[in-house]
Design a protein around this ligand. Structure first.
Ligand SMILES: NC(=O)c1ccc[n+]([C@@H]2O[C@H](COP(=O)([O-])OP(=O)(O)OC[C@H]3O[C@@H](n4cnc5c(N)ncnc54)[C@H](OP(=O)(O)O)[C@@H]3O)[C@@H](O)[C@H]2O)c1
Length: 236
């Protein structure tokens, strides 16, 4: 067993930023547990597993579902083979487009809260015993979750759930400080993925590289902070 390689868990890893983060972590020599809702249909991930034999495990996880989270946490030690998790990337996220004031949907609000806010918090809590001392937790947030930067009535389910996730980040930073585990909220920029769309200004490669650089260089004193992919602090 290679004892120098780090081990990362990435959620929502089958496409978009999660897939690119997984790809770059593997290229850096790390072990990756890539979690996604339907591993059987995760073609790109399964191809990556072939390119990096033994270093990529693809496990099922719906972050919004308590039973799925419990099954993931129970299965994870089997693929970790005694290792602990050095990096948890809570990447899975959902954005319900087209919301309008006067026509808000309780279902969209609830679903967004489950995926974007409850998922990262409850997964981090459940995985805590499997995290290494000094591990990092990167919560993929958004500048749209910044209350200070709120400039229009747009995507409320998303913005509210990311603001709630930001509070979860701040709380987790306190909960895990005793073990030297740094927890940060990260805005990846406007990224060319299914969520960001074709007009987005950055490629997933650029964003993922910036995010991983930031996480790598994190100072424990920066735990509980909110940063963009270039490492610039963002206002809450
Ligand atoms: N793209 C941007 O410009 C941008 C900007 C700011 C923040 N972000 C944040 O960055 C993260 C990644 O975004 P992205 O652009 O890569 O989005 P994306 O292309 O829409 O991909 C979203 C990923 O999340 C997964 N997911 C959704 N609901 C899930 C659930 N309940 N359980 C598990 N996985 C779930 C999706 O899985 P399925 O394939 O199964 O649906 C997919 O893998 C998100 O948290 C997003 O909010 C993105």
């Amino acid at each position: 067993m290679d004892t120098t390689a780090r081990t990362a868990v990435v959620t929502g890893a089958n496409r978009g930023l999660g897939l690119e983060l997984t790809r770059q972590l593997l290229e850096a020599g790390d072990h990756v547990v890539a979690a996604c809702r339907e591993p059987g249909r995760a073609t790109a991930l399964n191809e990556l597993a072939g390119v990096h034999p033994g270093r990529l495990h693809v496990l099922p996880l719906d972050v919004a579902d308590a039973r799925s989270r419990a099954a993931f946490v129970a299965e994870l030690p089997l693929v970790l083979e005694g290792r602990r998790v050095d990096l948890l990337v809570n990447n899975a996220g959902v954005l319900h487009a087209g919301e309008r004031f006067g026509r808000l949907s309780e279902a969209n609000l609830e679903h967004s809260f489950r995926v974007n806010a409850m998922g990262p918090l409850l997964l981090a809590e459940a995985l805590e015993p499997l995290l290494a001392d000094g591990a990092r937790i990167a919560n993929l947030s958004s500048q749209l979750g910044s209350i200070a930067r709120c400039s229009r009535f747009g995507t409320p389910s998303y913005n509210i759930s990311k603001a709630a996730q930001n509070m979860a980040t701040a709380l987790l930073a306190h909960a895990l400080a005793g073990r030297g585990i740094a927890v940060v909220a990260l805005h990846p920029g406007w990224v060319q993925t299914d969520m960001g769309g074709d007009q987005a200004t950055q490629t997933a490669q650029e964003s993922a590289a910036g995010l991983l650089r930031l996480v790598e260089g994190l100072d424990p004193g920066e735990s509980g902070g909110f940063f963009d992919w270039r490492g610039q602090p963002l206002p809450w």
